[in-house]
Ligand binder design. Sequence first.
Ligand code: GLU
Length: 524
Amino acid sequence: MRQGLSEDLIARVLGVAPKYTISELEEKFPPRDLPEGAMVTRFAPSPTGMMHLGGLYQALIDSKLAYDSHGVFMLRIEDTDTKREVVDAVTLIISSLKKFGIKYNDMPEYGPYYQSERRDIYHSVAAELLRTGRAYPCFLTADDMERIRSEQSAAGFATGIYGEFARDRDISAEEIIKHLDNGEMPTIRLYSTGDPAKRIFCKDAVRGSIGFPENNEDIVLIKSNDGLPTYHFAHLCDDHFMRTTHVIRGEEWLPSLPLHTQLFRMMEWTPPLYIHTSTIDKIDSETGKQRKLSKRKDPESNVAFFLQEGWPTMAVLEYLGNIAASGYEEAKLKGMVKTIWEYPIKPKKIPMSGALFDMKKLEWWAKEYIGAMAVPDLVKSVTDWANEYGDEKQKMQVADTDYLTAVLAIERDKPRRVRKDFITWSQTLEIVEFFWDELFVANTEYEYNRDVLKAFLETFDVADDKDTWWNKIVEIAGKFGIKNGDVAMNLRVALSGRTNTPDLYSIMQVMGGTRVTKRIKDLL
Ligand code: GLU
């Protein structure tokens, strides 16, 4: 530890007098009154304008752990990087969580939930560190640091501000005053007492205890340009005073774990239990190798992709849930649980590497999910999607709810034989396009048996029940000496343009007598 700073100097180096003492903060944000074992989690995205699939994965784990244990799940906006911020990025995060059905509790007592509104807290903690010689103001300029970095690289040393390279580590009050009088604004750095020759043991819920060399870098706690904290310092202050019990974050933070453990120990605060999630991977179509989803190459790395393409959000969640808790799929297939919300995610079992997210497998989850939907819910999902993301054509398809309902209800009445060809809302609308005259494209390639079609028209009555209707087809087949199926195929292609459709009788019932007759007549 070094010499602490006077209250007066603290206010000058921070640019503001600290508002609270640590004990006032402890009192303001007391330990939460929750049942034994309740987990407090938070999703802490930076508003960058895109939400990564890995973020959704973490938010799902966060919310499941909290709700399953009767705890609390918070959304905290990490908007301390003012350079990277994007307008509307927060709205995008909030609306994405909402669309995926991930709810967080809003508990104003432990807020605010935007880091940019928590300066008082960071400054108060920083003040305590300055007061007790565990932090110091550093006046190194960008140029100074660049010079130090190149000297270090040239000499083969680790880069960074540590030990003898930390010029201002032991700066005196007189020197501080000189810099301040000069109009310079310092960063606030940690006065690290770590020794890389020693090991620090840190806990990760999945990986167990991991030994790292101790951190000796005097990392920045508060930035000089805007007085906002770095991620490391905000994590310390926020997860302590928000009383977070479990931090679920990407494995890119694993190397920072010794630093974070050091910070919590220095404060004599209990650190949260960390769960570092693996990257979300795919099999590269060119190399055949498993690799991390790339923001640049893989549209599915962005959560917005699934919304725009009309993937059932619940199917995406189910699949992510099955990655986090691999027994889910089996439990669901056995009928033990219906949705991922009913199946527990166990921190220890969350995979620590190579979580594969395969679009083909997602199709399976989507088919299962849509297959189990009640018709009105299906209609609503398709309609809501088309109205928000669809093109003019798709909006037209959902305009008449009764017709759409009739179309989508085909082959869904027998629970054991529900059609499983719908995957996304947009693809669903595409499959059934032929029901709309404006979108129907006659199949001009098929070699129709015109006499068969004519014969059908002569006896067709839309009011016929299925048996009567079928008997007429059988009769026509007999008359022409062809198979029943050939008669049906002629009708199927004439009406839909396709050789593969759901139940033909239902199609005619939904289309109605006039449309059926007209389509066949037009063809003839
Ligand atoms: N803002 C950090 C990120 O987006 C949060 C990491 C964490 O959850 O602590 O990676």
